[in-house]
Design a protein around this ligand. Structure first.
Ligand SMILES: [Zn+2]
Length: 318
């Protein structure tokens, strides 16, 4: 999900493109594509979306997920999507893997990096995977080791970092505890994810401060859902701290099946519009990006959630 920005000298701003990570990641991306029947044609649409995103200048794209097809049937064509890609050398293609089995399925498709996910909320972990946070993260230790053996970078996404549908508030202490567990098993990159979209800027900064105690600036990223309209404000709060890597979702696709009313990850188009206005160079062409959002929205038969994705075509039409 991403691309590189050079605001000053050597800052790299990574912007996410496709889907969502986190505990809901697989499921959220599945929701994203749920409107597409599982046909060869749908696979072609997914591949075309990736091609359009890379043409827009995104240089890190989370392409698919290697979760069990029983769990997320919409991801059953993960191998077909990966093998259908016309790869660009400057683009990193990531996949989500829930366990060693998923990693083993993913490796032959040649991802550049893999993503694992855990929750910052004990209640969420117990309710959804029937184990403690510590147990769930320990299960990733062999995944990380095997991925590193294959010279792959491994990112983590810490879901429920700013709030949980079951326990409510999540403290910065709870976030830091998971950050340390992730660091302990060797994760290369720490993603702090507000998967239900309840966080506000000061709380975001408090959580990010904890992540930055254990990971360098360029290995910390933010993932914000726009449920309460806070996603751009939260990204701005991160930019103020120097954090320059964010996940975003084209046309705001996705959602959170565990949190009533939770909307998708912040729309990539909206983030790029803001960054353009801040004179932060992203290398992303907003018009091409908006067209990519319009394409997938049309395929899904729904309007883009992105504000910029609606406003810019309307302006063009006048
Ligand atoms: Zn998400």
């Amino acid at each position: 999900m991403p691309c590189t920005l050079l605001p000053g000298a050597n800052d790299t701003l990574l912007l996410a493109s496709i889907p969502t990570l986190s505990a809901q990641a697989g499921a959220a991306y599945a929701a994203l594509l749920a409107g597409i029947a599982i046909t060869l044609r749908a696979t072609a649409h997914k591949v075309e979306l990736v091609h359009r995103l890379q043409a827009a200048g995104l240089c890190e794209i989370e392409v698919t997920s290697f979760v069990s097809p029983k769990w997320v049937p919409q991801m059953a064509d993960n191998i077909g999507v990966m093998s259908g890609l016309r790869r660009q050398v400057n683009v990193r293609y990531g996949v989500l893997v829930p366990n060693v089995k998923g990693l083993e399925a993913a490796l032959p498709t040649g991802p550049d990096e893999v993503v694992v996910f855990g929750a910052a909320s004990e209640a969420f972990s117990q309710r959804n995977i029937n184990c403690s946070i510590a147990e769930s993260i320990e299960r990733f230790r062999p995944v990380v080791a095997a991925a590193h053996d294959a010279s792959l970078k491994v990112r983590c996404a810490i879901s429920c970092s700013l709030g949980c549908p079951y326990q409510g508030g999540v403290s910065a202490d709870e976030v830091e505890r998971v950050v340390m567990l992730m660091k302990d098993i060797g994760l290369d990159h720490c993603g702090v994810a507000d998967t239900i979209g309840v966080g506000t800027p000061k709380q975001v900064q408090a959580a990010m401060e904890r992540a930055l105690k254990h990971y360098p600036l360029h290995e910390v990223s933010g993932h914000f859902h726009d449920t309460y309209g806070q996603a751009l404000a939260n990204i701005y709060a991160c930019l103020e701290m120097g954090i320059h890597t964010f996940d975003a979702s084209i046309a705001g696709l996705g959602g959170c099946p565990y949190a009533k009313g939770a909307t998708g990850n912040v729309a990539t188009e909206d983030v790029v519009f803001m960054l353009d206005g801040l004179d932060i160079e992203t290398g992303i062409d907003l018009d091409t990006l908006v067209d990519a959002g319009a394409f997938i929205s049309e395929m899904l038969g729904r309007p883009p959630v992105s504000r910029a994705g609606k406003a810019l075509p309307a302006k063009r039409a006048t």
